[in-house]
Design a protein around this ligand. Structure first.
Ligand SMILES: C[S@@+](CC[C@H](N)C(=O)[O-])C[C@H]1O[C@@H](n2cnc3c(N)ncnc32)[C@H](O)[C@@H]1O
Length: 249
């Protein structure tokens, strides 16, 4: 494994390219905006102490930020953190923050897992990972961001009734997500029946990525979990359902 594929302590890189070509001017504009609109680790470490009654939502790998920007505009009383590493997307998010004067949206522009590690325990209401890079080849699946490490990081920082929302248009990845959450064992699945996995979460805003998937005939999986023990009955039913889906896939 080459060195640049390792983020830290053996954690694999979960993203592809970091940028498309940018001029010096574009890079310098981006640096200026990131200085203004990003959150640093020191601030992340005291979120709960600084704003104990505020609702916080983090999106891991938000791309152009369409979902989180929409939510931030509609809920000025809540605080949002958009995590992304792809520079051209970061420039788009920062421009939107500036244009709409969004005081409640901050950017984290390094690997999202570094932010999650540094946030205080029990302080975040919702963590979303929407349409993560699918890494479809068998040898690349170990790069998928939804894994035990991410579930541990998320579990630690969400509030006792906090939510983890996962979405994908790739059936193999949806099954992978469900299997990993079941194996983790500490999240409660909010869907009582598997058909709820095709229902958009509250406050949903479709993104160009999701629209493209639909154009190609791929529907989405919306998987919502809360902190708390899995109900045994659900575990049994969903495991059986999972086995059936795996056979159909
Ligand atoms: C397929 S895109 C989906 C973007 C967006 N969530 C949407 O639904 O339109 C996945 C994004 O996750 C970002 N990403 C992957 N791993 C990441 C990480 N560890 N930290 C921050 N961003 C990451 C990638 O750069 C990419 O932009």
């Amino acid at each position: 494994m080459s060195k640049e594929n390792i983020v830290k302590d053996g954690t694999l890189r979960s993203f592809g390219r970091l940028a498309n070509r940018m001029s010096k001017q574009e890079q310098s504009e981006l640096d200026t905006m990131l200085d203004k609109y990003s959150i640093n680790l020191e601030q992340a470490q005291t979120l709960k102490d600084d704003s104990p009654d505020t609702e916080f939502l983090i999106e891991v790998g938000c791309g152009k930020g369409e979902q989180i920007i929409h939510r931030a505009k509609n809920n000025p009383e809540k605080q949002y953190i958009a995590c992304e590493v792809f520079k051209n997307s970061l420039a788009k998010i920062a421009k939107q923050i500036e244009e709409h004067d969004l005081k409640n949206l901050k950017i984290f522009y390094e690997d999202a897992r570094i932010l999650l590690e540094n946030i205080q325990e029990d302080s975040i209401d919702t963590v979303m990972v929407l349409y993560p890079d699918p890494w479809p080849k068998e040898k690349h699946k170990k790069r998928r961001i939804v894994n035990q490490e991410l579930l541990d990081l998320t579990y630690r920082i969400i509030k006792p009734e906090g939510k983890l929302i996962l979405a994908t248009d790739i059936t193999d990845y949806a099954l992978w997500m469900i299997q990993h959450v079941l194996n983790h064992g500490k999240f409660n699945c909010l869907a009582k029946y598997p058909n709820e996995w095709s229902v958009e979460p509250d406050g949903w805003h479709t993104t160009s990525y999701e629209q493209k998937a639909r154009k190609f005939g791929r529907s989405s999986w919306y998987l919502q979990f809360a902190k708390g023990e899995l109900e045994k009955q659900f575990t049994k039913a969903s495991k059986a359902h999972l086995e059936r889906l795996k056979k159909e896939d």
